[in-house]
Design a binder for this molecule. Structure first.
Ligand code: C5P
Length: 237
């Protein structure tokens, strides 16, 4: 039996490091598939909320994770995410769901239940995987692993500006506290903690604009021979 090999680039890092934006820009530019693994943890958290399941009821949370009814509709420019048929694209991005996601993500059997689902995203011409443990656990053989960071202060400021732009009333000190708490929970958990893979390249986005970070990451892809002739123009259509 032969196993098919697909190219994979992983981008891991903490919330607010810019990894979501950089990953989706890169997937588009390369014309590759895209896995936003954080969305899966957010979906589990939201499904628990919708079914009134307490997050400390581990067995019930794992059942939700194993039977998650989710569809990614990529026909529109922004992928729409449907949970049990309902469009939850915006709902899963709230701070409440993000915090609950980080709690369900600390349950080992939830992570196990989502493993195969994440690997199902593999395919031609390649996969860009964004998360916390993409390079360490889910795709350890990835061709290129990037660990994107930024200081907690800068990350909370970015989040503050995003939420302000959406017209939400937010407090910078509260956001910094929440981000620091989430970082701590993500880095100190026993399974798949947020740590760079041994062979990951560290990119610090503190004080840099998105374009500069994107160029740095794109150059790494070129150096590894991951940018095929034609990918550029195809993705730009
Ligand atoms: O990246 P995002 O903020 O959407 O992820 C939400 C939460 O899901 C994170 O705080 C983290 O706890 C969890 N997560 C994870 N492993 C991943 C992706 C996300 O534990 N690969």
């Amino acid at each position: 039996m032969t196993t098919q090999h697909f190219s994979v680039i992983t981008i891991d890092g903490p919330s607010g490091s810019g990894k979501g934006t950089i990953s989706s820009m890169l997937a588009q530019r390369l014309g590759w598939r895209f896995l936003d693994s954080g969305a899966l943890y957010r979906l589990v958290a939201l499904a628990c909320q919708n079914h009134a399941i307490e997050l400390d009821n581990v067995e019930a949370v794992v059942t939700i994770a194993a039977h998650l009814d989710v569809q990614f509709d990529t026909r529109t420019q922004i992928t729409r995410i449907l949970l049990e048929g309902e469009d939850v694209t915006d709902t899963i991005r709230t701070e409440t769901v993000g915090n609950a996601a980080s709690k369900v993500a600390a349950i080992p059997s939830v992570r196990e239940a989502l493993l195969a689902r994440q690997r199902d995203f593999l395919g031609e011409p390649g996969l860009l995987a964004d998360g916390r443990d993409m390079g360490t656990v889910v795709f350890p053989d990835a061709e290129l692993k990037i660990f994107l960071t930024a200081s907690a202060e800068e990350r909370s400021k970015r989040r503050y500006n995003q939420l302000k732009d959406k017209g939400l009333d937010v407090n910078l000190a509260d956001l910094l506290n929440e981000i620091s708490e989430r970082d701590k929970r993500d880095s100190e958990r026993v399974v798949s903690p947020l740590v760079p893979a041994d062979d990951a390249i560290l990119v610090d986005s503190t004080g840099k604009g998105i374009e500069a970070v994107f160029q740095q990451v794109y150059s790494l892809c070129e150096e590894r021979g991951l940018v095929k002739t034609g990918a550029h123009s195809a993705a730009a259509i």
